[in-house]
Design a binder for this molecule. Structure first.
Ligand code: SF4
Length: 347
């Protein structure tokens, strides 16, 4: 951590918390008070009282914190242009049209399960229809919770997390439909049999991994265990030994015996940090894939935010970095996020 950030953190004391997502660069992680995947960060941030939450991640994550924030809290995003191409792959209008088309297609409403990697208005849609947010660490639990009531689930926006979760739950192809970006529905099954409607979105960072990368790393390192994030393509998840959220990847490698060899298929900054944290194991990226949006948070823009908080010029200098969600969206989106937290805690 640089000297000035250390001083500012000391000066701001309990007024300030810096959460950072696992995909942030090491220099940002070194400044963070909380590090985790989007589920851990959502839960941790909802229980803290600090007035300033400087969220090192991308916009949908900061929005998630703003949805759960208390009235006196300000959520600040150091890189105000840190978006997410996956979150941009569905608008609220597309989601509403898709919900209508699903109803016409199968004669009943689906429950929207919205991946954390979506904007607040989609989380609010989920809340309005009695659904929930999910993250890659709990998608299976959330999907199971709704499917056991015999109601179809509309999962959005990540097709890969949806299909990889469906495979874990042994849902056959005839019970799955894909909802294309023009909101048309494709399936090989009968409308009345469809349990899962999957929006056709994806994460470019995780789409770069291929089965050839896995074959090559297995050839190069006999005995290697391959672990990937479930945002990878279905064939890539199937070719790996394990698949799970970033927190799952971290915990699995942490618990593995010294001397084991790992090939990891997720964002590169995270993989290099896991390798640095566990030097007694050999840890390699299966391919070097960066999230350019996560990398928009820098020591400079983090320091600017802390300086502005300290001299009370935040609103004047950086209004675009203060993330808020209109009350009309916040209430329903909070319902959806709290549904996730309670479903996970019950199971
Ligand atoms: S890793 Fe993928 S899903 Fe996550 S912020 Fe980057 S583009 Fe979005």
């Amino acid at each position: 951590m640089n000297k000035r950030i250390r001083e500012l953190k000391k000066q701001l004391g309990d007024q300030l918390i810096i959460p950072a997502h696992h995909y942030q660069k090491q220099e940002i992680i070194a400044c963070a008070d909380i590090i985790g995947d989007s589920y851990k960060l959502a839960v941790d941030v909802s229980s803290i009282d600090a007035e300033y939450i400087v969220f090192c991640g991308v916009k949908f994550m900061a929005e998630g914190a703003a949805i759960l924030a208390k009235e006196h809290q300000r959520i600040i995003l150091p890189a105000s242009n840190a978006g997410c191409p996956m979150a941009d792959m569905i608008s609220i209008d597309q989601a509403e049209t898709a919900m209508q088309n699903i109803h016409e297609f199968c004669g009943q409403s689906a429950i929207p399960v919205v991946y954390m990697n979506a904007y607040g208005d989609l989380k609010a849609l989920s809340g309005r229809y009695g659904g929930s947010v999910c993250t890659s660490s709990n998608a299976q639990k959330i999907m199971t919770h709704y499917l056991q009531n015999n109601t179809p689930v509309f999962f959005l926006p990540d097709y890969c997390l949806g299909i990889n979760t469906a495979r874990e739950l042994s849902i056959p192809d005839e019970q799955i439909a894909i909802v294309r970006q023009d909101c048309t529905i494709e399936t090989t099954g009968k409308p009345e049999d469809i349990k899962l409607f999957l929006w056709d979105g994806n994460c470019r960072v995780h789409q770069r991994f291929t089965t050839e990368h896995i074959e090559r790393i297995r050839d190069e390192h006999p005995g290697i265990r391959v672990i990937v994030h479930p945002e990878v393509r279905e064939q890539v998840a199937a070719a790996a030994d394990y698949a799970g959220s970033t927190q799952y990847i971290y915990n699995t490698i942490q618990k593995a015996p010294a001397g084991t060899i790992w090939g990891v298929g997720t964002e590169y900054n995270f993989v290099s940090r896991v390798a640095a944290d566990f030097p007694e194991k050999s840890i390699f990226p299966i391919f070097e894939s960066h999230c350019s949006n996560m990398e928009k948070t820098t020591i400079n823009n983090l320091q600017y935010m802390l300086e502005a908080i300290a001299d009370d010029t935040l609103l004047l200098k950086y209004p675009d970095h203060i993330i808020s969600v209109p009350e009309s969206i916040r209430k329903d989106a909070a319902l959806s996020l709290n549904n996730m937290i309670s479903i996970v805690q019950e199971n």
